[in-house]
Design a protein around this ligand. Sequence first.
Ligand SMILES: NC(=O)c1ccc[n+]([C@@H]2O[C@H](COP(=O)([O-])OP(=O)(O)OC[C@H]3O[C@@H](n4cnc5c(N)ncnc54)[C@H](O)[C@@H]3O)[C@@H](O)[C@H]2O)c1
Length: 255
Amino acid sequence: MAASNLTNFAGQVVLVTGAASGIGKAAAELIAQRGGKVICLDLNEDGLKITVAQIEQAGGSAGYKVLDVSSQSGVKKVVAEILAEHGQVHALANSAGISGPTGKPVEEVEWAAFQKTIEINLYGTIWLTQELMPSMKEHKYGRIVHLASIAGKEGNPGMSAYNASKAAVIGFVKGVAKECATFGITINAVAPAVIRTPINETVAPDVQAYMVSKIPVGRLGEPNEVAEIIAFAASQACSFTTGFTFDVSGGRATY
Ligand SMILES: NC(=O)c1ccc[n+]([C@@H]2O[C@H](COP(=O)([O-])OP(=O)(O)OC[C@H]3O[C@@H](n4cnc5c(N)ncnc54)[C@H](O)[C@@H]3O)[C@@H](O)[C@H]2O)c1
């Protein structure tokens, strides 16, 4: 029997946002290792250069563009450029995100900080999907993976903006999945619990302790453990699962 190669990305162009750090960086590296041409997108150009250099050193293929996902015109411009340069985008792994204000009850959160969290975590998700969908429909193929969070399923106290943004991502993929289900396109989310990345440096210590105490496996997750799920959901292998939120929570969420 021939071996399955549905998790291989040979000949595919994959966009990875948040690729300068943490989960996005791990996903970009794994997808490149599996043969994809990875276009790394992030605000942080220094980090992007390091990710691309590391992928190339390992024999993979990568490029980068600086993108602020909370700018709708920026998303439109960068996606249009990539489609013009490469003709087709096979998959998007959208890992750009911020924790936003933490450790504060909702009534004390400054609106500007709340709004910024929604703009990056939710509007970025929507705009990237809107810009890629027409081309994916035309090609009758696409894989979209957005980073949600356990916070969007259960809610972490002191993180109202983040919880709201991630719950919205989970709802967003459920409905869009039904719109594009007959076009060869799947769109899913991934909901990690606490993962060892720089995003947690900005999370208040008591909030972090609360989150780790909720994980039955009893430790933080590692970025490569999330990257494995992202790579599956971004691959041809993920052809009959759509609108779903994959759990990566060390047993915290068993639904
Ligand atoms: N680490 C965790 O514990 C955890 C848990 C659940 C969900 N998540 C989600 O996973 C995703 C990745 O998080 P991470 O842990 O790798 O964090 P990280 O801070 O290591 O990486 C996030 C990346 O997003 C980039 N970014 C931030 N704002 C951006 C913007 N406006 N435009 C473009 N890029 C931007 C940052 O520069 C950074 O490179 C996020 O969506 C996060 O909410 C993380």
